[in-house]
Design a protein around this ligand. Sequence first.
Ligand code: SAM
Length: 219
Amino acid sequence: MHGNDIEGLGLKKRTAELRVDFVNGAVAHRLRFGGGRGQDLAKAMGLRAGKTPMIIDATAGLGRDSFLLASLGAQVTLIERSEKMHALLADGMTRAAAEGGDFRDIINRMTLLKGDAKDLLPELSGEAILIDPMHPPRKNSALVKLDLRQVREIVGTDDDAADLVRVALKYARNRVVLKWPAKADRIEGLEPCTHQIIGKTTRYDVFMTGLGMPKDVSI
Ligand SMILES: C[S@@+](CC[C@H](N)C(=O)[O-])C[C@H]1O[C@@H](n2cnc3c(N)ncnc32)[C@H](O)[C@@H]1O
């Protein structure tokens, strides 16, 4: 369905080029030269020396954040609701695993699920939940990287991001992390976060939940 829409808009060629590649390019570079657990994303998710939380990436997309977190030793469950993005991701994960070595080990720590995270989160028991919705369009779209523009062409905007955060806050045992453009306004209707990690272009709004156990588990 999406494919036809895209072809109808004359976007077929660019969409066909979008692929998930963990082995070459930006992701592989970040794997070799990234800042380990000192990176903002890792800190926001609660990775530190001696602590590696079980992570749910509720908005898997191109899988880059998940791959980074898995490369740092975390078990990551990825959730993606777009058929097309899910298929691209599954394909990229299969190819990376076939490389063997470190790539296979990292992919083995990643479990990909298809569906809406709002429906799946209550069934999962995540310590730390990452939410990276499609961001509001920038005024200068030339600054948005081509692959992110291609993702937008496939999935549109994630207008239900606030609802997703609210569901995640109910089920995350330790924290929910909302990845958002550094200078963008807060998502309307959300409670204030506990703290922020602010980078050059991206910020992480961290909501500590301190639930310990999932809310629907009685002891
Ligand atoms: C900005 S991209 C995420 C990029 C990702 N963090 C990465 O590193 O590649 C957002 C993705 O989340 C997906 N998404 C948004 N809301 C979702 C939901 N409620 N459940 C599952 N997937 C969702 C979209 O379909 C889209 O593919």
